[in-house]
Design a binder for this molecule. Structure first.
Ligand SMILES: [Zn+2]
Length: 246
């Protein structure tokens, strides 16, 4: 085991984890980019937008209803459980995930920010209502707000939308004060993990990159593990965990 990693884990008080699509892929969740027959004629980029929803809310809801059922049938893997376990080992902890599938919560993570929202929730387009959705398909679509009856929408960030400033600044603030940051299963093609990794690196945190391939933020990382979220992360965590003293 990398002695630098052991030392970083043993001395860490404030730990953050950033996760991306690689986590979900190992739970068998497809990328929903048109490879399935049912929605073969549609591209995610054409359905996951405010414009598509404005034009045809029923179509967009049907697509999300189908996606949500696939996601609800998936199970968290050992990597999700390793991250949930990390949360119990450090005084300060925050998981920042780009994934909308809710698998981290299912694995037991509680201190988390879903920066792209969750496919398992809806929110009102008019008032502040938010609600959990069932695992099964919805009977009546498009969904309406339980409070004011206006049109509801999936509680996710769409292409062309801005990040929730409150969530992003909470994440940035935490990373600013972190001393150990894991980046797991994130391709770095999206600019936010790069932005967040940069904050942590500038603040002097030890950055650990757990990805099968080099990512856009890899040059900022102190420790590199070319491995997967589902196999290598739990293997490493189970080896270094005793050094946390918990
Ligand atoms: Zn409402």
């Amino acid at each position: 085991m990398n002695p630098r990693l052991l030392e970083a884990v043993a001395g860490a008080k404030s730990v953050a984890v950033i996760t991306g699509a690689g986590m979900s892929r190992e739970s068998g969740i497809p990328t929903f980019r048109g490879e399935d027959g049912l929605w073969n004629n549609y591209r995610a980029e054409d359905l996951a937008t405010p414009e598509a929803f404005h034009k045809d809310p029923l179509l967009v809801w049907q697509w999300y209803d189908w996606r949500r059922q696939i996601v609800c049938n998936a199970k968290p893997h050992a990597g999700h459980f390793a991250i949930a376990d990390m949360e119990t080992c450090f005084t300060e902890f925050l998981l920042i995930t780009q994934n909308v599938d809710g698998l981290h919560i299912q694995a037991g993570s509680r201190k988390l920010i879903e920066i792209h929202g969750s496919i398992r929730r809806a929110r009102c387009t008019r008032c502040e209502w938010r609600g959990e959705l069932p695992d099964v398909g919805l009977e009546s679509l498009p969904l309406h707000c339980k409070k004011c009856d206006a049109l509801a929408r999936p509680d996710v960030l769409w292409f062309g939308e801005s990040y929730d400033e409150g969530l992003l600044s909470r994440a940035a603030e935490f990373l600013h004060a972190s001393d150990l940051v894991w980046i797991v299963g994130s391709s770095g093609m999206v600019s936010v993990p790069v932005f967040l990794a940069d904050i942590a690196a500038r603040s002097g945190a030890t950055l650990v990159d757990v990805n099968p391939e080099e990512a856009a933020f890899s040059h900022l990382c102190d420790i590199t593990v070319r491995g997967t979220a589902g196999k290598d992360l739990p293997r490493i965590w189970n080896t270094v965990r005793p050094s946390t003293g918990v």
